[in-house]
Every structure is written in C-alpha cells, then in structure tokens.
Design a protein around this ligand. Sequence first.
Ligand SMILES: [Cu+2]
Length: 169
Amino acid sequence: MGFGTDTNMRRGAVLALSLGLFLLASTSMAATHACMHQQLHIANAEIRATAPSAPVTGGYLHIHNKSDKSQRLIAVMADFAQHIELHEMKHENGVMKMTPLENGIEIPAGTAVQLKPGGLHIMFMQLTAQLKPLEMHEVKLVFDGCGEMQAKFMVVKKPASGHSQKHQH
Ligand SMILES: [Cu+2]
C-alpha cells in the first residue's frame, strides 16, 4: 500500500468526521426546538465549582414540563466529564447515601422537578477539567419523549438549593 492511498483514506475519514459533527450539531439544534415546542422549560442550571483535579461534581437545575405528556430525563452528556450519572441523595440509617437512578428522572405532565444539593442531581464524573466559578458550559440533556436538548450551565461556588431568590416575591 502506497502513501497516496493512506492520505486519501485519512482525508476521507476527516471529511466523514466533520460531516458527522455537522449533522450532529444540526440534529441537536432541531431536537432542542422539539423539546421547547413540547413545553419543556429549564431554569437555574448550575454546576458546583471544583478544586484543581477534583474527580467529580454535581449539577442542578429546574425542569418544568408544561405539556400534557410525561418526560423522562434519561441521559446527560458534557465535554468536561467522561462519565455522567443521575443520582438521588437520601438519608439511610442516619447516613447520606447516593443512589444511581437507572430509570432516569421523570417529570410528569404539568409538573416541575428541582435537582438540588442533597436531593436529585446530575453527577459529573471523571472530570477532564477544573470547573471555575462563572464559567458557562454546554450540557446535553436527553429526554425519552422529545429527545436531546442543549442547556447552558453556570459554574457556581454554592449552588442554590431549590427556590432561588429570583423566584421569591
Ligand atoms: Cu451523586
């Protein structure tokens, strides 16, 4: 096999990869719109800031399902974490315990769910970068009903626990 064939193959692979990324990007844009059209609203999306080389951190947000159809958050993807799980924190015999939620988090029709410290949360694991306060990170949320939704999360030192000041009148 000559070098020429090799280069052509590599060029072909790069082209296919960029095309794939392009399609992926436009698909997720369309999907975000699908979720928004299905009346799924997201607010107060936050990630807890980390110390250098900390392996894990938590993500929190408010999801409001204003539609008449149940939605279930089944997966989360982000470029700063190699592994992401949905967890619930619970008291068990006086000890706080985290349980992975294999079936995701359901947001029944017409209700809102708050992921917050000490309760339901996104567990970002195998972090590939330090998360510093005020940084914004794109996170992909996958719902079983409407599909994928891009959300912007802000890194904060102390995540709000549920009702933020913004919601109090
Ligand atoms: Cu956890």
